[in-house]
Write a protein that binds this ligand. Structure first.
Ligand code: NAX
Length: 341
């Protein structure tokens, strides 16, 4: 019998709440694999005053989530460990889903957030390198996820660079769905979508190489002005639109993106298709080595990926690609003090 140890950070947050039961249920690793969940949260603050009577500290919420997981009675769930110690959380884990990150506070610049979260990922990169299983795969969800991933893997170099991923799968799923809706097709009819670059509003959702029922998406949706002027910004700004609608950021769909990411890595991409993931560049498409960049990737179902080479971008795509690349270079520069030589 196989057992997977899976760490989830930010386990008291809303994305984790929508994700934990699915990780435990057998949906991701199959009915024959037992799962042990390690939930990490920040330490409790002794001087904490609840802002309202129902507010709880994140570690208490994680404990409550662990109680609910036990109450689900999943035959696949062996144990749940709740901790505020990263060394314990990452001990022996085969997958680590790094969801926890500090949100942007009032008056905080993107650069401040990069620095603040970067520090978290220095410690977590080191703790993973020290404690994780030799086959570990790591998915960074907490924002800014590409650059957090860059910081974590740069500080956890004992783990191979190709084990570290940042999540563009939610963006990928959004991009698939928006094409399907416009074409009056099913989601499953849409293939070969790529999210290039950063998980931010500079990302490039590449419709030019996408297919709908095997035909180029641009032959099915012939309104190029809509593709460039409505579709692309809609995908890029979907996160903000969800916040506007819900008053809270995406959680159900973000959790689903993370679940889909892991599933695709453990089950493989379908023949002829690919998925989107931000991975450590080895120079593909002229991206500087070491940058965590969103690419089209295929997976072998054993936890390994290959960046799809030879995908052509037209002038519109090349300009979009350059813009998101520039943003990632700027982000790298903002965290340069956190990257060991
Ligand atoms: P919440 O604020 O609900 O939860 C975050 C949790 O992380 C909190 O409970 C906090 O205590 C915990 N945390 C903070 N620092 C930690 C640390 N050092 N170790 C362990 N836990 C820590 O946020 P939620 O809505 O769950 O979002 C989580 C993260 O996902 C955010 O950074 C968010 O920006 C990011 N997102 C990324 C997406 C992606 O596609 N890559 C999409 C959705 C989501 O917005």
């Amino acid at each position: 019998m196989k057992t997977m140890k899976v760490a989830v950070t930010g386990a008291g947050g809303q994305v984790s709440y929508a994700m934990l039961a699915r990780l435990a249920s057998g949906e991701v690793f199959g009915p024959e694999t037992k799962v042990i969940l390690h939930l990490l949260e920040i330490p409790k603050k002794p001087d904490w005053t609840p802002p309202n009577p129902t507010a709880r500290q994140p570690l208490d919420i994680a404990e409550g989530n662990a109680m609910e997981l036990l109450d689900c009675g999943f035959p696949t769930l062996l144990d749940v460990v709740v901790t505020d110690d990263a060394n314990k959380a990452f001990n022996g884990v085969n997958w680590a889903l790094l969801v926890g990150a500090a949100p942007r506070g009032p008056g905080m610049e993107r650069k401040d957030l990069l620095g603040l979260n970067g520090k978290i990922f220095v410690g977590q990169g080191k703790a993973l390198a020290k404690n994780a299983a030799s086959d570990v795969r790591i998915l960074i969800v907490g924002n800014p996820c590409n650059t957090n991933c860059l910081v974590a893997y740069s500080n956890g170099r004992e783990i191979a660079a190709d084990r570290w991923h940042a999540m563009t799968r939610l963006d990928h799923n959004r991009a698939v769905s928006a094409l399907a809706v416009k074409a009056g097709a099913k989601n499953e009819d849409v293939t070969n979508v790529t999210i290039w670059g950063n998980h931010s509003n500079t990302q490039y959702p590449d419709f030019t190489n996408a297919k709908i029922k095997g035909k180029p998406a641009t032959e099915v949706i012939t309104d190029r002005a809509w593709l460039e002027g409505t579709y692309v910004p809609q995908c890029q700004n979907r996160g903000a639109a969800i916040i506007k609608a819900r008053g809270l950021s995406s959680a159900m769909s973000a959790a689903n993106g993370a679940i889909d990411h892991v599933k695709t890595f453990v089950s493989g991409t379908p023949s002829g298709d690919w998925t989107s993931a931000a991975v450590v560049s080895t120079g593909e498409y002229g991206v500087p080595k070491g940058l965590v960049f969103g690419y089209p990737v295929t997976t072998d179902g054993k936890g390994n990926y290959t960046v799809v080479e030879g995908v052509k971008l037209d002038a519109f795509g090349q300009a979009a690609f350059q813009k998101t690349l520039n943003e990632l270079l700027e982000e790298k520069d903002a965290v340069k003090d956190l990257l060991p030589g």
